[in-house]
Design a protein around this ligand. Structure first.
Ligand code: NBY
Length: 821
C-alpha cells in the first residue's frame, strides 16, 4: 500500500507523504479528510511516519544478526518516552517536508502532534534517563535494546482541585498505539510462586526444579528507536502479561470456565499499572512480580537470540552487556543464574563467571529509605528458587569476605545479601553489586558519596568495580524538538552539527558578545515565554506577564527537593511588599510543576501550600501583579518541552548530598536558563562547566551538612534568630494562606521548626540573599542575556551522547556498528 513512500530507504517526497497520509486515513482509519476526527488525522500521520522507519528498523536487526554485534541490553522498569511523532520526524530529518505536506492538506502539524497521548511509563528522572539513553544509543549507532514493562496505565494524570492534587488513571492506550508492533511469536512463559524440589537427571546429577504455583505469558511489544539522521533503528521491547495458553487446566477441567477466565484476568493485572512512587517502594508483592516478570522475559529473550545465532550460552556475556537501571531489575542476577544452572545445566562456577561479566549496575539514590529490600517471607512466596540461589551466592560471597577481612563479623552482617538486623530482608543493591562487574553513580559527587557511605563496604571489597558516569539528556528532544526558535538561531550562527555532536555547542561562545545575536536570543526567549504564558492561562486561568522573570521549579514533589524552601522565599517577598508597597522588586512569575506520590501526604500538602500562597499573592491588589505563583498541573515530558525553553531561572535547590544528579537542571541550562542551586548532584558539574557567573550558588555543602548533623542541629535556633524567617513561618502557621485554618499547614511548619530533616532553615538566609543577587543581575537585561548565551554554549558536557560514550568505553566495552545504507 505504501508505494507512495518508496520501499527502499530513500526519503519520501512531499507528494509521497501526502499520498501516504491520505491512504492511511482511508485504509487504516477508514475516514476521508472531510469527516476525519483529529485523532484520525494523528493516527494517519503516525502510520505514515512509522512506514518511513520500518525498512531501517528491519535492516538494523538483520545487520546486528549477521555481524554478531555485542549488544547493550538496557533493563529498566521505566521508560518515560514522551510523545513519539515529533521526535521520529525530527530524527528522520523530515520536519520541514512533513510540516509542509500537512499544511498543503490544510492541516497543522503541531495541532495533530498534540493529539498524541504520551506514554508516561515512568515516574521521573530515572525513567526519562532511560528514554534519553536509548535515543543516544541509536544516534551513536550502538547495537542496543531497551527492555521494560508495557504498563497499561502509566503515571497517573494529575489535576488540581481546590488546590489539592487529585489522581486520575492514565489511559494512554485508549486510542491505540501506532508506534508498537506486537510479536506474539516471541512470547515467553514466566513462573511464579510454588516450591522447589530436587531430582536426579539422566546423567545421575543432583538437580533442582521449580514447581510454580502459576505461570503467566510475557508478550513483547516492539517500538523502533530511530537514531538522529543515521541508518540505525534500535528496539524498545516492552512486555505485557497475559494468561498462558494452558491457563489453569485443573480449574478448566473441573468445568469451571468462568473461574479459569477470572484467573486470566488476574494474570493480566501484572502489567496493569506503574507504581507511582519515585523514591521508595512499599514492598508490595505485585511490584516484585512485575520486576521479576519483565526481567525473566528479557533474559529468556536474550538467550533465545543467542541460541538462534548458533552461539553457546556459556558465551552469553560476549553477546550481551546488561545495564541495570537501579535495582528494580537486579533480580536478573539470580534469574540468569537459574536459567544457566537449572535450565541449561551449566556448572555454578562457570554460570557465575558469565553472570558477573554480563551485568553492570547504576545506582540512582543516596536516600536510605529508597534502597530496595524485600521481606524474606514475601520474596520466598513469590520466588522460592531465587531465594535458594541468593543464599548460595551469599554463602560464597561471605566466604570471600571472611578471607579478606578475617574476624570482622560486623562487616559480614553489613555486606550480607540478607538484612538480619530485625525482620529479615533481601537487599537488592547488594545483589546488584555482587553480581556486576561495574557499579556507577550518576554524578561525580554522587559517585563519591556512594563510595564513602552507602556502598562503602563494597568499595573496600572491589574498588576497581566503581566508576562514575554523569547523567546527560538528549539535545534532540530537549532543544531541537522543543525549542525550534533557538535551534534555528544557533544553526544559523554555527551550522547544525551541534545536534549530532553537542560538544560543538561551545562554538556559540563568541556570539555572547555579538549584539545582534544577543538581541535575537532575547527575543526568542520572550516568544517562548509568551507561548508558555498562553498555556498557563488556558490550564490554570492565571494571567502572567511575559516580561516578568520566569522562575521555574519542575520536578517530582519531595521534601528533599525543597519546593517549600522556594515558597518561604515567595512569602518573604510578599511580606516585604505588604510592609512597603513601593519596594522595588523585579516582577517574577514563579512556576511550579510536578507530581506527588499518591501516598506521600507531606508532598501533597506542599502542593496545597504552593496553590494556597498563589491564591493570596496573585489576587492581592497590593502586589500589583509583581509576583505571580502558578502551579501547572500534570507536569510531563510534553509539558516540559514547553517549559524549559521559556525559563529564565532554574531552581535546583535540594539539600546537598540528597539529589543523586538531577537532569532537569541540564535541560534548563541548554535552553539558556541560569541556575540557582546548591552544590548537589550534577549542579556541581554544571557550575564547573558554565562558570560561577552563570550559577547562583547558595547553601551548605554536603560536607557541611554532615558536620552540622554530627554536631547536632537545632532548627529552633534559626527560627529565633532570624526575624524575617520567624515572620514567614508564623504567617503560614497562622492560617493566613488557608482561610484562617491554622491546622492545615501545621504538619509542614512544625516539622521545619522541630526536626527539619532537609535543613531548610539553615539554608534559608543564604537562599534569600542569593535570590537578591538574581534580582539585581536580572535588571541588566544585556548582561543577563550574555550570561544566558554563555550558559547554553557551555552545556556541551550534558548531552546523553557523552554519557553513553562513557558507558560504552568504560563499562560495556562496545563500539558503534553502523548499518550500511
Ligand atoms: O534518577 C532520579 C534521581 O532522584 C535523580 O537525581 C537522577 O538524576 C535521576 C536519573 O539518574 N531517581 C528517580 O527518578 N527515581 C525514581 O523515579 C524511582 C522510581 C521507582 C522507585 C524508586 C525510584 N521504586 O522504588 O519503585
Amino acid at each position: 500500500m505504501n508505494a507512495a513512500l518508496g520501499r527502499d530507504r530513500s526519503l519520501p517526497t512531499r507528494e509521497g507523504l501526502k499520498r501516504a497520509f491520505l491512504d492511511h486515513l482511508l485504509y487504516t482509519q477508514n475516514k476521508s479528510l472531510a469527516i476525519a476526527s483529529r485523532n484520525d488525522l494523528y493516527q494517519a500521520l503516525a502510520h505514515t511516519i512509522r512506514d518511513c522507519m520500518l525498512r531501517t528498523w528491519f535492516d538494523t536487526a538483520s545487520s546486528y544478526k549477521a555481524k554478531h554485534s555485542r549488544m547493550v541490553a538496557y533493563l529498566s522498569a521505566e521508560f518515560l518516552m514522551g510523545p513519539y511523532l515529533g521526535n521520529n520526524v525530527l530524527n528522520l530529518g523530515l520536519m520541514d517536508e512533513v510540516k509542509a505536506a500537512i499544511a498543503e492538506l490544510g492541516l497543522d502539524f503541531d495541532d495533530l502532534a498534540n493529539q498524541e497521548e504520551e506514554p508516561g511509563l515512568g515516574n521521573g528522572g530515572l525513567g526519562r534517563l532511560a528514554a534519553c539513553f536509548i535515543d543516544s544509543l541509536a544516534s551513536l549507532e550502538i547495537p542496543a535494546i531497551g527492555y521494560g514493562i508495557r504498563y497499561e496505565y502509566g503515571i497517573f494524570y494529575q489535576t488540581i482541585i481546590d488546590g489539592w492534587q487529585v489522581e486520575n488513571t492514565d489511559k494512554w492506550l485508549r486510542y491505540g498505539n501506532p508506534w508498537e508492533i506486537q510479536h506474539a511469536e516471541w512470547s515467553v512463559e514466566i513462573k511464579l510462586g510454588g516450591r522447589t524440589e530436587t531430582y536426579t537427571d539422566d546423567a545421575g546429577k543432583f538437580r533442582v526444579r521449580w514447581v510454580p504455583e502459576k505461570t503467566v505469558a510475557g508478550v513483547p511489544f516492539d517500538s523502533p528507536i530511530l537514531g538522529y539522521r543515521v541508518n540505525t533503528a534500535n528496539t524498545l521491547r516492552l512486555w505485557r502479561a497475559e494468561a498462558t495458553e494452558a491457563f489453569d487446566f485443573p480449574t478448566f477441567n473441573r468445568g469451571d470456565y468462568l473461574g479459569a477466565v477470572s484467573k486470566k484476568v488476574t494474570s493480566e493485572n501484572l502489567t496493569k499499572v506503574l507504581y507511582p512512587n519515585d523514591e521508595s517502594d512499599q514492598g508490595k508483592e505485585l511490584r516484585l512480580e512485575q520486576q521479576y516478570f519483565f526481567v525473566s522475559c528479557s533474559l529468556q529473550d536474550m538467550l533465545r537470540i543467542q541460541i538462534n545465532r548458533g552461539q553457546p550460552v556459556t558465551e552469553f556475556h560476549l553477546a550481551f552487556a546488561i545495564q541495570l537501571n537501579d535495582t528494580h531489575p537486579a533480580i536478573g542476577v539470580a534469574e540468569l543464574m537459574r536459567l544457566l544452572v537449572d535450565e541449561h545445566q551449566i556448572v555454578w562456577e562457570q554460570a557465575w563467571d558469565v553472570t558477573r561479566q554480563t551485568f553492570a549496575y547504576t545506582n540512582h539514590t543516596l536516600l536510605p529509605e529508597a534502597l530496595e529490600r524485600w521481606p524474606l517471607k514475601l520474596f520466598e512466596r513469590v520466588l522460592p528458587r531465587h531465594l535458594e540461589i541468593i543464599y548460595e551466592i551469599n554463602a560464597r560471597f561471605l566466604n570471600e569476605v571472611r578471607i579478606r577481612f578475617l574476624g570482622d563479623e560486623s562487616r559480614l552482617s553489613r555486606l550480607s545479601l540478607i538484612d538480619e538486623s530485625g525482620e529479615r530482608y533481601v537487599r537488592m543493591a547488594h545483589l546488584a553489586c555482587v553480581g556486576s562487574s561495574a557499579i556507577n553513580g550518576v554524578a561525580e559527587l554522587h559517585s563519591e558519596l556512594l563510595k564513602r557511605d552507602v556502598l562503602a563496604d563494597f568499595y573496600a571489597m572491589w574498588p576497581e568495580k566503581f566508576t562514575n558516569v554523569t547523567n546527560g539528556v538528549t539535545p534532540r528532544r530537549w532543544i531541537a524538538l522543543s525549542n525550534p526558535r533557538q535551534t534555528s538561531l544557533v544553526s544559523r550562527a554555527i551550522g547544525n552539527d551541534w545536534i549530532k555532536d553537542f560538544s560543538r555547542i561551545k562554538e556559540l561562545e563568541p556570539f555572547a558578545d555579538d549584539a545582534g545575536f544577543a538581541a535575537d536570543w532575547q527575543a526568542i526567549k520572550r516568544d517562548n515565554k509568551i507561548e508558555l504564558a498562553g498555556q498557563l492561562l488556558q490550564r490554570t486561568g492565571i494571567r502572567v506577564d511575559p516580561d516578568s522573570m520566569f522562575d521555574v521549579q519542575v520536578k517530582r514533589i519531595h521534601e528533599y527537593k525543597r519546593q517549600h524552601l522556594a515558597v518561604l522565599h515567595i512569602v518573604a517577598l510578599y511580606h516585604r511588599l505588604k510592609s512597603d508597597p513601593n519596594l522595588d522588586v523585579v516582577p517574577r512569575t514563579f512556576i511550579f510543576g510536578g507530581k506527588a506520590a499518591p501516598g506521600y501526604h507531606r508532598a501533597k500538602l506542599i502542593i496545597k501550600l504552593i496553590t494556597s500562597v498563589g491564591d493570596v499573592v496573585n489576587n492581592d491588589p497590593a502586589v500589583r501583579d509583581r509576583l505571580k505563583v502558578v502551579f501547572l498541573p500534570n507536569f510531563s515530558v510534553t509539558r516540559g518541552q514547553r517549559i524549559y525553553p521559556a525559563a529564565d531561572l532554574s531552581e535546583q535547590i535540594s539539600l546537598a548530598g540528597k539529589e543523586a544528579s538531577g537532569t532537569g537542571n541540564m535541560k534548563f541550562a541548554m535552553n539558556g536558563a541560569l541556575t540557582i542551586g546548591t552544590m548537589d548532584g550534577a549542579n556541581v558539574e554544571i557550575r564547573e562547566e558554565v562558570g560561577a557567573d552563570q550559577f547562583f550558588l547558595f547553601g551548605l555543602t554536603a560536607e557541611e551538612v554532615y558536620a552540622l548533623r554530627a554536631r547536632g542541629y537545632s532548627p529552633s535556633d534559626y527560627y529565633r534568630n532570624n526575624a524575617e524567617l520567624h515572620a514567614v513561618l508564623d504567617l503560614i502557621r497562622s492560617g493566613f494562606f488557608s482561610r484562617g485554618d491554622a491546622n492545615l499547614f501545621a504538619p509542614l511548619i512544625d516539622e521545619l521548626m522541630h526536626t527539619d530533616p532537609y535543613m531548610l532553615l539553615v539554608d534559608y538566609q543564604s537562599y534569600v540573599d542569593c535570590q537578591g543577587e538574581v534580582d539585581r543581575t536580572y535588571r541588566d537585561t544585556q548582561d543577563w542575556t550574555r550570561r544566558s548565551i554563555l550558559n547554553a554554549a557551555r552545556s556541551g558536557k550534558f548531552s546523553s551522547d557523552r554519557s553513553i560514550r562513557d558507558y560504552a568505553e568504560r563499562v560495556w566495552k562496545v563500539g558503534p556498528a553502523p548499518v550500511s545504507s
